[in-house]
Design a protein around this ligand. Sequence first.
Ligand SMILES: [Zn+2]
Length: 598
Amino acid sequence: MNNGPRDMRTLGQVLVERGLLTEDQLKSALVKESSKRQRLLHDANIGRSGRQRVSISGAELLASFDLKIQGEKNAVLDEDRIAKLLAEEAKLDYKKIDPLQLDMKLITTVMSRPFARRHSVLVLGKEGSKLSVAVADPFDVELLENLRRVTGFEIQPVVSAKKDIQRIITELYGFRSSVKAAALTMEAGHDIGNLEQLVQLKSVQDLEANDKHVVNAVEYMLHYAFDQRASDIHIEPKRDQSLFRVRIDGIMHNVTSLPKVVHAAVISRIKMLARMDIAEKRRPQAGRIKTGKGEMETELRVSSMPVAFGEKIVIRIFDPTVLMQDLSELGFFTRDYNLWESFISRTNGLVLVTGPTGSGKTTTLYSSLKYRASPEVNIVSIEDPIEMVVEDFNQVSVRTNIGITFASALRSILRQDPDIIMVGEVRDAETASNAVQAALTGHLVLATLHTNDSGSAMGRMLDLEVEPFLLSSTLTGVVAQRLLRLICQHCRKKTFLTTDQINVLGMKMPEEGQRKLPVYYGEGCPACRGTGYFGRTAIYEVMPISSKIVKMINAREDTKEIMKVARLDGMMTLREAAIKKLAQGLTTFDEILRVTVE
Ligand SMILES: [Zn+2]
């Protein structure tokens, strides 16, 4: 293994032999090799001295030229590509490292940060007497031999890009050392004798939240969640440790655990950032943090709750790019898009959006209000809570403790001449009645309800004592929605529905000799953390209120009957919309069953 390609010239020659580079490309790159190396060395070692200094590998050097790969459209030779090649040459596996699957504790206990950094090596896992490690240079025999001797394990190397290994070393060791240092400080704090502790109580408390290691650890957690497109962060105290978990595309993932002693400090730090009362640990609290993420301001909604082993914190991340989208990107099919646009383009009437929590209702409403926003239109929203501050809207937050409810806010707003009103949620009879009154008197009212399908929304309004004739004369349309996970584009694979699956979906069986319907699924890869899904889209059930349905509402007819009539008029149910997305190759059979019911 000693003789593998390591320097830029021999690596380049392997690529030329494989027809991926031309002789000329390699030659002209080699001419600039030494000046390029100087520059990379300089950049990589800014602020480093002595043993901390890093060297530049042949792979890194070659990748820095951004050479075009022959015979592949728009493909550039990068470190990942070279790492794959090196893996082939060394007859090892190539691996794109997934930070979520790493064992922080194992990594940081097996080898020190300086060692890992100097040799670009990362421990991936342990199985019996074997230690799996990612290396950037599989031909570094000395390194592998050293690892075997020092750890006492049989070393199972895989090849990864040096930049990935280095990035993860920086993040993981940084986080781990912050947590460890914080734990030491905390334990020291606990060691103080009682009297002294009493005297120093205040300073110990300040230290908890302001300690620089705790600050770093919290910073890391937030960045991690942003990088992974998480919508929620959970920090949960258990008996002996604290769990750090995130929700991505609607599904929870465990990230790591923290020593129990650090838990309280991390919680205090977050509560401090959210301007909550740090001393109050027995009652649930809520707060918010504004943070810059990319170019836009992102709001974090923080809530604390005492549980059996301490305080649990949940942070919801309100990503503006998720909450506010172009109407055409929300996921409507053409017929439904045109209907929805007609509902929200009117000057009056009531439009109801229904679905459980987390079904994307707020995104639909914000995006629609944004679509209507202009200097001539006065848009007012009543929300509980305001999920994202939008300058174009006049937003009122419900605060029951000082008497601002949906109903009372709606009453005051009507005196301020609004054109469009968004009612965050219709929960009670008074709000329902005020919303209908507003729609009757020349306002466009968009409101959400907690029901499962569009048909039940009308039943719910009648349950809230709205007169049928008032409802039928104001209601323009009802929409039900859900969020479906999208198949990861990096690991999408084709398959065909089985006979059983076709039956479950109630689809027409293809006849003998007819072409089978191809569907797709994600095999799981690092880009999607092995889930096979990446991102979400909405599915909609859009019901326009026809004259037939008006009559049915007036006669208080059953929801099921109304749904039947709407379907005859061409309404697509949530299940049908989901099947259409399946046929388009966007989502999977399993996801349809998870999200929709027949
Ligand atoms: Zn994937």
